[in-house]
Design a protein around this ligand. Sequence first.
Ligand SMILES: Nc1nc2c(c(=O)[nH]1)N[C@H]1C(S)=C(S)[C@@H](COP(=O)(O)OP(=O)(O)OC[C@H]3O[C@@H](n4cnc5c(=O)[nH]c(N)nc54)[C@H](O)[C@@H]3O)O[C@H]1N2
Ligand SMILES: Nc1nc2c(c(=O)[nH]1)N[C@H]1C(S)=C(S)[C@@H](COP(=O)(O)OP(=O)(O)OC[C@H]3O[C@@H](n4cnc5c(=O)[nH]c(N)nc54)[C@H](O)[C@@H]3O)O[C@H]1N2
Ligand code: SF4
Ligand SMILES: [Mo]
Length: 692
Amino acid sequence: MTTTLVRATCPHDCPDTCAILVTVEDGVATEVKGDPDHPTTAGVLCTKVSRYVDRTYHPDRLLTPMRRVGRKGEGRFEPISWEQALDEIAARLKPIAERDPQAILPYSYCGTMGLVQGEAMAMRFFNKLGASFLDRTVCATAGFTGYKYTIGGSIGTDIEQFQDAKLILIWGGNPIASNLHFWMRVQEAKRRGAKLIAIDPYRSLTAEKCHQHIAVMPGTDSALALGMMHVLVKENLLDHDYIARHTLGFAQLKDRVAEWTPERTAETCGITVDEVVNLAREYGQTALRGEPVAIRMNYGLQRVRGGGMAVRNIACLPALIGAWRHPAGGVQLSTSGSFPANKLALQRPDLLRGRLPRTINMNTIGDDLLKEASPAFGSKIEAVIVYNANPVAIAPDSSKVQRGFERDDLFTVVLEHFQTDTADYADILLPATTQLEHVDAHLAYGHLYMMANNAAIAPLGEAKPNTEIFRLLAKAMGMDDPVFDETDDELAAQAFNKQDARAVHFDWESLKRTGWSKLNMPAAPFAEGGFPTPSGKCEFYSEAMLADGLDPLPSYIANYESVASNPELAEKYPLAMISPPARNFLNSTFVNVQSLRATEGEPHLDIHPVDAASRGIEHGEMVRIFNDRGAFVARARVTPKARAGLVVGLSIWWKKLASDGKNANEVTSQRLTDMGRAPTFYDTLVQVESAS
Ligand SMILES: Nc1nc2c(c(=O)[nH]1)N[C@H]1C(S)=C(S)[C@@H](COP(=O)(O)OP(=O)(O)OC[C@H]3O[C@@H](n4cnc5c(=O)[nH]c(N)nc54)[C@H](O)[C@@H]3O)O[C@H]1N2
Ligand SMILES: Nc1nc2c(c(=O)[nH]1)N[C@H]1C(S)=C(S)[C@@H](COP(=O)(O)OP(=O)(O)OC[C@H]3O[C@@H](n4cnc5c(=O)[nH]c(N)nc54)[C@H](O)[C@@H]3O)O[C@H]1N2
Ligand code: SF4
Ligand SMILES: [Mo]
């Protein structure tokens, strides 16, 4: 028997981007392990990816191309050859492309975060075609935008420094589930004496293990940050030297936060005055003692109307107290902006030859699939090519998404590992390879290493990498540009821009051998200011925001669905619902791995004892969660983990594996955030009733 150890990278949409060692015995992958030498992975993979071998050899893997034989959504298919599949796709797409290429839409997200299997060959194909652009805004763009206005780019505290922080605020994140390797650093900080505070409406696995938990109502974080700034100013818990040298607009900020008394803040956030004042004091006083204070801000707080502003307000805090002076101080939202990814080389926008197609926002796919052609909208969508995504399960306002994909006049191609909720609507279903079967290069959004993924095994069945599928589609469509001949290794070798000082040492062949290589980055990125904003300072006041029609100063924006914005709706639907990630799933990936699904059990709804009692709901009974958009059922868990006024349905279930064929996105809305055109999954009011 020959046994080899192959260096790989976890492809999933998770900040940790772990370095993996794959054991291969006689061409069969038998085990995946975290690389013990990689500083953040530290030999540990999460429960989900520890099952990656099971997922890869899963009996339900798609192994041949298939053609739909049943109704759309029914999920009945017959196997066909690659030649038949490609001919059929080309025959359907060519006439559309000749008439109106913008009637063709890619729909993809981060099923794999790989720079090669993500938007490289795929975007070359769609750019050459002149297809509609997809605004890939389903996750992080609200916060990305708010952070950019304030700090200048997605650059922040290095995860490898957090163990030295003395106070850590975990704000709108649940790292035990969704950022495990950050949590490992936090544990080390705790051992070294750090205090941990979670700010989260829900007593998550993480909030439970922090020293303190502040349960704000969803969508009120911007107010909490304003209230903290009020106390910092009033009690002079400020680093005046840092403010003077490295910030812009402090005088205006001071005026603005004067309105945000602890009383008003507490009332807005649904917490106590003491919680506001003590949080601000702890934050300011720890820094004034010269100790590092760090915030891990995450995605939970962005999925509401004012999600961008919330991130912006929190991003102002470290500059006020001079937290950036220390490598272990500051804030981390995402590290993705530290990577000079070479998107121009990978995606080749020059193939558009001057055309500028219209853009479809992936969050409004429900409405957009149901639209007719019009001057405002442009062409009706006639064909969708889905890869690295599962829109029927993950996009908001799901009944509309489903109706859109049901359209008989829509041609749908899905590239997948499994027959997901979305795959059931495909006209042609194509089998894609997993991370063990293809090559890729990765950046990360939670650490600072460039990463390589080698193919550990040959593709299973007739599965092909996304890149190869798009190469073959290009050929079938008659595209003969040399850009479609590049191999995956040739693509990976262009992943990072070596002209950039941070990645001068990038060399694909050696990265493949070593697996990972850290960017050149200073330990404390803003110790001496140098923010990549227009002014070079941390911008409390932002001209760019004003130019974009936004409030140039930190402000509070109430949820669309709240008593403040819509009292009538709040009377009819009095409970705020959030649906954050379940620990054992990764978005909707892994829901079909039996052992992981068994751990999650079934779709649950956590509801506070007071809210349950007033509705006559008993622990363990089935409940119906509904609003004007739709309804789904779940088993109630009556628990104070959900604060009063809040219900929590951990997600994202495959609809077809739930008893009613539905999931939480039945009730979420397609409205977009204040900035970044992002979704508002956690800005949702519902009513709950017993289903028995
Ligand atoms: N196990 C696992 N890991 C994952 C994922 C997964 O599905 N499963 N998904 C990955 C992806 S794509 C992403 S984007 C990240 C997301 O992971 P996180 O950034 O951790 O974000 P969420 O899980 O959306 O929410 C985290 C916490 O925010 C809380 N929250 C909800 N609304 C608010 C609010 O208004 N204010 C505050 N302060 N808190 C709020 C939720 O209760 C939850 O406990 O995780 C990634 N990692
Ligand atoms: N209610 C609610 N909805 C949410 C969220 C929430 O918190 N609550 N979170 C939102 C967020 S943050 C995100 S990021 C989105 C995530 O939404 P998606 O990015 O759509 O994520 P997944 O549901 O995991 O679907 C990814 C699919 O890609 C497939 N895949 C993986 N690798 C490959 C590959 O190499 N090739 C091909 N062809 N396919 C591959 C997987 O099998 C999987 O079915 O969901 C959003 N939806
Ligand atoms: S999902 Fe996240 S924690 Fe799990 S192995 Fe992948 S990168 Fe690591
Ligand atoms: Mo996400």
